[in-house]
Design a protein. Structure first.
Length: 287
């Protein structure tokens, strides 16, 4: 809100409008009427009216600020302040001064909440890929482990690690390496369902939670996601990027740590047995 709040006077009676204007002439505010709405006067902070339907008119609604207050004069309206039909100058000025402060405080509160929300989002978002970061991953994993994801509680945890990523950094530089990570993060996000959850949990390591995945389909789904995440990376023959994935299905006795550890063990097994594959157990590899 500006230092000088804008007040809109609304009434079918020009006499009432003029009377209100006179009562407010010594206040530090800008006064407008319906006739002024065609001009670019800025958003309205306070409406003074004796007829509710006038506030609902399209030109008036378009002129209202995001947060505004209403003073009702002698009318049974849903208003912030209701005054008698013939308010005194002191009543009118005090009401406007009070509502100006209230509107200002409301806006500060909204701005503060938006700032806090943004800071919270930033604290849980990986700035490079836009995926959730490790902190957000840990929170979400604990949350999903403590609640049933689906009627049968099925949950698949997938870990994906880029193969020989350090060589990309060394050979092509950090700018190219960062672009690879961004590409994988974006492709990973678009290849999963709305209720799945993807995060970048380390330098070149990603993780995905996949609820409601039947055990017999889990490996196929994970392999599809792994392949999709690499699609288009290093095109034009400049270099090739591969990745290894490990997955684990939640057991009834699992906690977050044990589920993650099994998926990580499968990932490491894939790394030492050839890479560029999806692994569901340490006894066998697939794909």
């Amino acid at each position: 809100m500006n230092d000088r709040p804008r007040i809109l006077l609304l009434s079918e009676s020009s006499t009432s409008v003029e009377q209100w204007r006179q009562l407010l002439k010594e206040t530090n505010c800008d006064i407008s009427t319906q006739a002024d709405l065609s001009a670019e006067l800025g958003p309205v902070d306070i409406v003074i009216t004796d007829e509710e339907q006038l506030v609902e008119d399209v030109p008036v609604a378009n002129a209202l600020s995001d947060i505004y207050a209403v003073i009702a004069i002698g009318a049974d309206l849903a208003a912030d302040v209701v005054l008698a039909t013939d308010p005194t100058q002191r009543e009118m000025q005090l009401a406007c001064r009070l509502l100006s402060e209230i509107v200002h405080l409301r806006r500060e509160q909204v701005a503060s909440r938006q700032t806090q929300q943004r800071l919270s989002e930033l604290a849980e978002v990986d700035s490079l890929t836009g995926l959730a970061n490790r902190r957000a991953w840990d929170i979400e994993l604990q949350r999903r482990m403590s609640h049933s994801d689906g009627s049968d509680g099925t949950l698949c945890l997938m870990l994906l690690d880029l193969d020989h990523f350090k060589a990309i950094n060394t050979t092509h530089g950090y700018t190219v390496a960062d672009e690879v990570l961004r590409h994988v993060g974006s492709a990973l996000q678009t290849s999963i369902r709305a209720n799945d959850f993807a995060a970048r949990i380390g330098g070149d390591e990603f993780a995905v939670l996949l609820p409601k995945i039947a055990a017999e389909h889990a490996e196929t789904v994970v392999e599809r996601i792994r392949t999709a995440a690499l699609d288009g990376v290093g095109k034009d023959g400049e270099f090739k990027v591969t990745a290894t994935a490990g997955l684990a299905l939640r057991h009834p006795t699992d906690d977050a740590e044990s589920l993650f550890s099994r998926a990580d063990a499968h990932l490491r097994h894939g790394k030492v047995t050839g890479r560029n594959r999806s692994v569901a157990s340490v006894e066998r590899t697939k794909f």
